[in-house]
Design a protein around this ligand. Sequence first.
Ligand SMILES: [Zn+2]
Length: 91
Amino acid sequence: MKHRRGIDLAAPFPPSSFIEHDPSLYTALKGLAEWEMLGAKCSACGHIGWLNKDAVLARWGNEYLMNLRGKFRCVCGNKDNNTVLIGRLPR
Ligand SMILES: [Zn+2]
């Protein structure tokens, strides 16, 4: 795991399933349920990353999910036009 600016934004494990977030829904970070995970899919290389919601909240506040897209940088260096993913943990 890579650490940037002292905060580890990566989730400890990936969810069992996920959907692509619809940007027209205006969901904010705190609108996600306890069992929902925040992720992003890179538009350039297709890499999928999962994030620690609490770390994201601490760093950027209760942002709308689509506003967070431009803040995540992929391992390939791209941070444009990424797709927000909502993961579901097994319950
Ligand atoms: Zn990428």
